[in-house]
Design a protein around this ligand. Structure first.
Ligand code: TPP
Ligand code: MG
Length: 283
C-alpha cells in the first residue's frame, strides 16, 4: 500500500498547532495498518480539532458540538465493517460531550476516540475547557479559571474503559504506535493527545509539554488497574505517555444478541410493509 493512500488537504489551523502532526500521525497509522479510505469513517464535532475528519480522504461525519460519540457509535452499530474513529477536541469530548463520554465507555462499542487536548477552547478563541488548569487566566476567566480540571485518563479508567492512553502531538513515533494499537483494539479506546494551541494557550506550550512528558517504562504493566490509576494521576512536573490501562472486554457487538450473529444491520433484509403495519398500530 502506498504512503499516499490517504490524502490530506490544506487546513485552517494556525502555524505551530499540534493538530498538524496529529493529522500526519493519523495518516501514517491508517496506512501502516493497511486501511483503505472507503473502510474508514472519521467523526468530529465542532472545534479546530473537530475539523480533522474534513482534512483526510476517508468517509467523514461532522456532528453537533459534543455529539460526535453517539454519531460514531450509531455508525459502527449499523455497519461493523467500518473502522470508526472520533477525532475531536477536549471541549467537544469532555465538556459539551461529557455525558456521552462516560456512557459510550460503558457501552463499549468498538470505536476509537482521539482527543486533541490543548486544554483550551481554541476555535472560540481561548475560553477555559474542562481540562484547563485551575488559575489559568483567559479573556473570559479574567481572575483565573476557578474550576477544578477533570482528569480524562482517570475518569475513563474509573468509568470502565478497556483501553486508555496518553500521547503527545510532538512525539511522532510514540503517537503512531499508540494510534495503531488503539485502532486495532476491539472496544472503545481513548487516546488523550496533549497538543499545544499556539494562539490561545500560552501556558501549555510545546516546550511545557516537551519538558514534562516521558515514556512509560517497558516493565510497566497496563493490566494492573491500581498502578494505572496512580499513573493516571501523574499530571504535573512529570506526565507519562503510553498505554496507561488495557483490559480485554466484551464489546457491544459481542454482547448484543442481534449483532453477535455477525450480520451487519445494513445487510439485513427488511420489508418496509412490515414496518408500516407496526406503525399503523399506533395511529
Ligand atoms: C452547543 C454549543 N455550545 C457552544 C458552541 C461554541 N463552540 C464551538 S467550538 C467550541 C470549543 C471547542 O473546543 P475544543 O473542543 O477544545 O476544540 P479546539 O477548538 O480547542 O480544537 C465552542 C465552545 C457550539 N458551537 N455549540
Ligand atoms: Mg481544545
Amino acid at each position: 500500500m502506498s504512503m499516499d493512500t490517504f490524502q490530506t488537504y490544506e487546513t485552517a489551523w494556525c502555524p505551530g498547532c499540534g493538530n498538524f502532526n496529529i493529522l500526519k500521525c493519523l495518516k501514517i497509522s491508517l496506512e501502516e495498518l493497511g486501511k483503505s479510505p472507503h473502510e474508514v469513517l472519521m467523526v468530529g464535532g465542532i472545534g479546530q480539532a473537530a475539523k480533522t475528519p474534513q482534512y483526510i480522504s476517508s468517509n467523514s461525519f461532522c456532528g453537533l458540538h459534543g455529539r460526535s460519540l453517539p454519531a460514531a457509535a450509531a455508525a459502527k452499530i449499523a455497519n461493523e465493517k467500518l473502522t470508526v474513529i472520533v477525532d475531536t477536541g477536549d471541549g467537544d469530548s469532555y465538556g459539551e460531550g461529557g455525558n456521552h463520554f462516560i456512557h459510550n465507555i460503558r457501552r463499549n462499542v468498538d470505536i476509537t476516540h482521539f482527543v486533541h487536548d490543548n486544554q483550551i477552547y481554541g476555535l472560540t478563541k481561548g475560553q477555559a475547557s474542562p481540562t484547563t488548569s485551575e488559575g489559568h487566566i483567559t479573556d473570559v476567566q479574567i481572575d483565573g479559571n476557578m474550576n477544578t480540571p477533570i482528569n480524562p485518563i482517570l475518569l475513563a479508567i474509573a468509568s470502565g474503559a478497556g483501553f486508555v492512553a496518553r500521547a503527545f502531538s510532538g512525539d511522532t513515533e510514540n503517537l503512531v504506535s499508540i494510534m495503531k494499537q488503539a485502532i486495532s483494539y476491539k472496544g472503545y479506546a481513548l487516546v488523550d493527545i496533549l497538543q499545544p494551541c499556539t494562539s490561545f494557550n500560552k501556558i501549555n506550550t510545546f516546550s511545557y509539554y516537551k519538558s514534562r512528558v516521558y515514556h512509560l517504562d517497558e516493565n510497566y504493566d497496563p493490566s494492573d488497574k491500581l498502578s494505572a490509576i496512580t499513573k493516571a494521576m501523574e499530571f504535573d512536573e512529570k506526565i507519562p505517555l503510553g498505554i496507561i490501562y488495557k483490559e480485554e472486554k466484551q464489546s457491544f457487538h459481542e454482547k448484543n444478541v442481534t449483532l453477535k450473529a455477525g450480520v451487519p444491520l445494513i445487510d439485513k433484509k427488511y420489508n418496509p410493509k412490515d414496518v408500516q403495519k407496526i406503525i399503523a398500530e399506533f395511529v
